[in-house]
Design a binder for this molecule. Structure first.
Ligand code: SF4
Length: 434
C-alpha cells in the first residue's frame, strides 16, 4: 500500500481540503501517514495569500528531495497550483511530479498513477460545480468539525488572488450539509464551524445563508455553531436576529475591515465605505450587545497616506474589536493590485503603522479580556496540556478566545462546561471550574 503525506499551508479551507484529499486517497487504496519521511508520495497543499509563499514552497520541495534516500513523488496542491502552474512545471531544478488545483482533488489517483509512470502531470481546471459534497472527510483535529458549505469567491478584492485560484462561488445543498452535521453529532461532535471563502454569500436554489443556519441550528445535539469567513456585505437583519435568538449559534463574527479609509476601501474593491462598516457594527451590536468581533486589517495599501492610516486607527478605537489580525501590504502575484498599483508605501512607514496599531489593539484586547474577569462562561475543552503545564486544560469560549484551566481529571476533550474567568492577558483568559 503506497503511503501518502500532505503538508498544509495557509487558511482553514486548506486544512479542510487536506482532510478531503486524505479521504479520497484512502478510499483509493493509499495509506495516509503522519510523517513526511515515511511517505512514498508527499503533497504540499499550498497558499498564495501569504508573503513569499512560492519561495517557501520551492525551498521545502528541495528540502524534501535532499533528505530522501528512497524515491519519492512530490505534488503541489492548492492555490499555488493554479497560480503558478507554468512556473512549477517549467522549473527543471524543482522536479515536481504532479500538480492538482483545488477543484481537481478527485483526479489525484489518476495524476499519481501517471506520475508514477514517469510522466509530469497536472490538472488545475476550475469548476463551476465541484463542492465535494459526496465526500465525507475524515476529521484530523480537535473537538470542532469544519464543514465547507461553499467554495470560491465572486468578489475580486484587488489585493487577493482567491477568485482566480479557486474559481466562482458555488454552494452545497442544505440537505447534504444537514446530513453531515447529523453524522457528526452521531460521532460525538458538539461544535461545527461552517466554512467558505465568503461563507455568508452561501446560496443554494431558494436557501440563503440565514435559512441554512436556521436548519443547522435545529439539528439535535449540536451545541455550538461558528462560521467563517464572512464578507460585511452579506449580513441581513434576519441573520443577526437568528444568531441572537438561537443559543447554539455562537455570538462571534469575523468582520474583515481591511482599511479605515473609504478611498482605500474603494481601491481594494471592498464594496463598503468606512461609514457603512461602522453603521453595520452598530446594527449588529443593537441586536447582539455582547457579540465578539474580530477583523483583518491591511496596512500600507498602495497610496495610503498617513491621514488615511489614522482613519484605520480611528475605526479600531471606535469598534474595539476583540481580536484583529493586522498585516503589512505586500504585492501578491497575479492580483489586480499588482497589475494596476505601485507598492509605494515605504517599508519603514508600514512598519511604523503596524507597530503602532498592534500596540493599540493589544491594549483594547487586554481591557476587553479584563472585563470578563468574575464572569461565568461556557467553554469547550480543546486539549489537555498548555504551553506552561502538561496537565492544564486548554479550551475556548463562545467568542473563540483561549481559556486556560487548572488540571481536572474529570474533564475530557470535547466537554462543554461552565467556568469562572479569574485572570486575563491580551491573548488568553484563565478560569476555574464552577
Ligand atoms: S472576499 Fe476578497 S479577500 Fe475574501 S477571498 Fe474573495 S477576493 Fe479574497
Amino acid at each position: 500500500m503506497k503511503k501518502v503525506f500532505v503538508e498544509t499551508y495557509g487558511c482553514q479551507m486548506n486544512v479542510y481540503d487536506t482532510e478531503l484529499v486524505q479521504t479520497i486517497l484512502t478510499k483509493n487504496g493509499y495509506e495516509a501517514v503522519k510523517e513526511e519521511t515515511a511517505a512514498d508520495i508527499v503533497m504540499l497543499n499550498t497558499c498564495s495569500v501569504r508573503d513569499n509563499a512560492n519561495r517557501k514552497i520551492y525551498n521545502r520541495v528541495h528540502e524534501i528531495r535532499r533528505g530522501r534516500k528512497s524515491p519519492v513523488l512530490v505534488g503541489i496542491l492548492g492555490c499555488m497550483a493554479t497560480n503558478f502552474k507554468t512556473d512549477l512545471l517549467d522549473n527543471k531544478a524543482l522536479k515536481i511530479d504532479f500538480i492538482a488545483g483545488p477543484d481537481s482533488y478527485k483526479h489525484l489517483p489518476r495524476l499519481i498513477s501517471e506520475a508514477s509512470g514517469g510522466e509530469k502531470t497536472f490538472d488545475v481546471t476550475l469548476s463551476e460545480f465541484e463542492t465535494y459534497s459526496d465526500i465525507d472527510p475524515t476529521r484530523q483535529t480537535g473537538p470542532n468539525a469544519w464543514i465547507a458549505i461553499m467554495r470560491g469567491c465572486n468578489n475580486y478584492c484587488t489585493f487577493c488572488v482567491v477568485p482566480y485560484t479557486r474559481g466562482r462561488e458555488r454552494s452545497r445543498s442544505p440537505e447534504n450539509i444537514v446530513e453531515e452535521v447529523e453524522r457528526l453529532v452521531a460521532n460525538g461532535y458538539k461544535q461545527v464551524t461552517l466554512l467558505g471563502q465568503n461563507v455568508n454569500s452561501y446560496s443554494h436554489e431558494e436557501t440563503s445563508f440565514t435559512n441554512l443556519m436556521d436548519k443547522v441550528s435545529q439539528v439535535k445535539g449540536i451545541e455550538r455553531i461558528f462560521f467563517t469567513s464572512p464578507h460585511p456585505k452579506d449580513f441581513p437583519t434576519d441573520l443577526l436576529k437568528l444568531m441572537a435568538e438561537r443559543d447554539n449559534i455562537c455570538k462571534q463574527i469575523h468582520m474583515p475591515l481591511q482599511a479605515g479609509s473609504s478611498r482605500i476601501l474603494k481601491k481594494m474593491n471592498r464594496t463598503y465605505t468606512k461609514e457603512e462598516f461602522l453603521g453595520l457594527v452598530d446594527h449588529i451590536r443593537s441586536i447582539m450587545p455582547d457579540v465578539h468581533l474580530s477583523t483583518d486589517i491591511i496596512l500600507g495599501f498602495p497610496t495610503e497616506t498617513d491621514e488615511e492610516y489614522m482613519e484605520t486607527e480611528e475605526v479600531l478605537k471606535k469598534v474595539r474589536f476583540d481580536t484583529a489580525f493586522i498585516f503589512k501590504y505586500s504585492e501578491r502575484p497575479n492580483t489586480t493590485a499588482e497589475r494596476l498599483f505601485k507598492d509605494d508605501v515605504s517599508e519603514e512607514q508600514k512598519k511604523h503603522r503596524i507597530i503602532r496599531l498592534n500596540a493599540i489593539q493589544r491594549d483594547i484586547r487586554l481591557e476587553k479580556n479584563r472585563e470578563k474577569i468574575g464572569k461565568d462562561q461556557e467553554i469547550l475543552v480543546e486539549k489537555i496540556g498548555s504551553r506552561r503545564d502538561p496537565n492544564e486544560i486548554q479550551a475556548r469560549n463562545e467568542g473563540n478566545t483561549v481559556v486556560i484551566l487548572p488540571s481536572n481529571k474529570d474533564i475530557s476533550v470535547g466537554d462543554l462546561v461552565m467556568v469562572k474567568i479569574t485572570d486575563a492577558t491580551p491573548d488568553v483568559l484563565r478560569g476555574e471550574f464552577v
